[in-house]
Design a protein around this ligand. Structure first.
Ligand SMILES: C[S@@+](CC[C@H](N)C(=O)[O-])C[C@H]1O[C@@H](n2cnc3c(N)ncnc32)[C@H](O)[C@@H]1O
Length: 233
């Protein structure tokens, strides 16, 4: 089983500091909800958000959306061998049931995540929710998963080709892999300090979803997932 953590994801509700900004007020009116219940998205809120700290790591829910579609739709997940978690910039963790079929449409996805921030679970009344939101640091999440090795993906890590990387994952009894869910910049020291190994798959930074796709493929090939699920050759 592979545990995949999309970390420090650029996913948060609009922060209080910019609730009164005219662009945010206008957007909130149009959406018919208060800013506290809407997701920060730089494509709509850049003029209001540009002076916020760490702006290069915030306001990009689309990164998490694409990465989750990639992960949840993978053969690895279909075979029951993947658990995905989203840890956010503000230290929330979204736990995702592997059977979740997320909306393909971005606006429907953000609507769902806004509901999750409001009700803490989706569907709200369910005994066995598909999505659960908890206030939790990445350290506590790693403590809860209790992996035998934590691998942090970074273009600044030690280069490993995909086949070797797959072997590293396969030979680890309970691997957890951390991928940044933000557009630019580095992980916080706290996140870096949790890593047993830092691995680079390419000498340049790539998009989160590209790295997610490569991690999953490497593990699928190393564990022979296609044969396990009975794919005929
Ligand atoms: C868009 S990158 C983050 C920003 C990147 N550090 C930069 O400044 O452009 C998203 C995440 O994908 C992973 N990643 C990106 N390029 C990588 C590479 N070449 N090798 C391994 N992981 C990579 C890292 O986990 C990174 O945090």
């Amino acid at each position: 089983m592979l545990h995949l953590i999309i970390a420090e994801a650029a996913l948060e509700t609009i922060p209080r500091e910019i609730w009164k900004h005219p662009a945010v007020r206008k957007y909130a009116k149009k959406r018919g909800k208060p800013p506290s219940l809407l997701l920060l998205d730089l494509s709509f809120h850049y003029s209001a958000a540009k002076k916020l700290p760490d702006i290069q790591k915030r306001g990009r829910p689309d990164i998490t959306h694409i990465a989750l579609l990639e992960a949840l739709g993978s053969p690895l997940n279909r075979a029951g061998m993947l658990r995905v978690y989203v840890h956010t910039y503000n230290d929330y963790v979204i736990k995702i049931d592997p059977s979740t079929r997320l909306p393909r449409n971005y606006l429907r996805f953000t609507g769902l995540i806004e509901q999750l921030f409001e009700t803490r679970k989706v569907p709200p009344e369910s005994e066995k929710p598909l999505l659960i939101l908890e206030q939790m640091s990445i350290r506590d999440l790693i403590g809860e998963i209790a992996p035998t090795k934590v691998i942090l993906m970074s273009e600044k890590g030690k280069y490993m080709d995909l086949i070797k990387f797959g072997e590293l994952l396969r030979s680890t009894p309970k691997p957890a892999v951390i991928v940044g869910g933000f557009q630019h910049g580095d992980f916080r020291e706290e996140t870096e300090s949790l890593a047993d190994e830092k691995v680079s798959l390419f000498p340049e930074p790539l998009d989160t979803w590209v790295i997610v796709s490569r991690i999953i493929t490497a593990y699928e090939i190393a564990t022979n997932i296609y044969r396990r699920v009975g794919v005929k050759r």
